[in-house]
Write a protein that binds this ligand. Structure first.
Ligand code: NAP
Length: 280
């Protein structure tokens, strides 16, 4: 039987509507500041989409566009100003930064209470002890999709394929907090296919088009495909061979239209959470 499709566009629209309703109950609009250094075209498109989604959800978004030659000290001064600005609830610095700027120094300069990407070490620590409120956006989106699909995580065998700081590790921490039994696989894992086949919940975040084949998947498993890969013919593909996987999985996210749309919706949710906490 073909797998049930987990619709990220519908889940993201529902989340954006929920954020808009909660934002409307606050005495003033939550504020999100996005800092973009340089002219990376992909980042510029992403930032434009964020601005549009934010204003539709009742969040006042502003983008600070700084020239590529901006030095680290100047960027840190901008961050300091946003930290002190009471109208700003969330700060997001678009990555990657130009190579002459240390991303780590910039992330650590953001007020952890305004760190809507959830990358500040304090928030990373809280994520791993299960007390975080500002959780990285894509991992938050993965958990939301699992919840909307009604996947029972308690005691489930979960495999996270990938151990990056922005996807794999935080997803593993969140699944652990949700009482799943979690394995993290990576490029040094022996017999990846066998590890995948044991999983009832499989989250793929490797960045390799269609690496996970249908016969790596346990019958009935839930498959969340975080990968976004551009094929030679211009099409987008996930990390999972979708048609093969859909023939055997119980539920699966498509690419595009799965995890991707959740990321901006979860950024808006984080901005709202930061705003609610600051008004308490
Ligand atoms: P990343 O930093 O490159 O990490 C990739 C991970 O996959 C690493 O842990 C790496 O292992 C592992 N890996 C690579 N090749 C492997 C192989 N052949 N076998 C087993 N493991 C392998 O990537 P990322 O930032 O986590 O992103 C992963 C994917 O998600 C990308 O396609 C990206 O575009 C996508 N993504 C989507 C969204 C979204 O939907 N909004 C957001 C973020 C990322 P090692 O640690 O051993 O090197």
């Amino acid at each position: 039987m073909p797998a049930r499709l987990i619709d990220g566009r519908a889940a993201a629209a529902a989340l954006r509507a929920e954020v808009a309703a909660r934002a409307a109950r606050l005495p003033c609009r939550p504020g999100l500041a996005v800092v973009l250094v340089g002219e990376d075209p992909a980042s510029a498109v992403y930032v434009r989409n964020k601005d549009r989604a934010a204003s539709a959800a009742g969040i006042a978004a502003r983008t600070l566009r700084l020239p590529a030659a901006t030095d680290e000290a100047a960027l840190l001064r901008v961050i300091g100003g946003l930290n002190d600005d009471p109208s700003v609830d969330g700060i997001l610095v678009q990555l990657p930064l130009p190579p002459h700027i240390r991303s780590r120094a910039v992330i650590e300069a953001i007020d952890p209470a305004k760190d809507v990407d959830g990358f500040h070490p304090l928030n990373v620590g809280r994520l791993h002890d299960g007390t975080a409120t500002l959780v990285p956006c894509t991992p938050r989106g993965v958990m939301r999709l699992l919840a909307t699909a009604g996947v029972a995580l308690r005691g489930a065998r979960a495999l996270v394929l990938g151990r990056s700081a922005i996807v794999g590790r935080p997803v593993a921490a969140l699944l652990t907090s949700a009482d799943a039994t979690v394995t993290v696989a990576h490029s040094r894992t022996r017999d990846l296919a066998a590890e995948c086949r044991r999983a009832e919940v499989l989250v793929a975040a490797v960045g390799r088009a269609e690496m996970v084949r249908g016969d790596w998947i346990a019958p009935g498993a839930t498959v969340i495909d975080v990968g976004i890969n551009r094929l030679a013919d211009g099409r987008l593909a996930g990390d999972v061979a979708f048609a093969e996987a859909a023939a055997i999985a119980g539920a699966i996210t498509p690419v595009p239209g799965g995890v991707g749309p959740m990321t901006i919706a979860c950024l808006l949710e984080n901005t709202l959470i930061a705003a609610e906490a600051r008004r308490r």
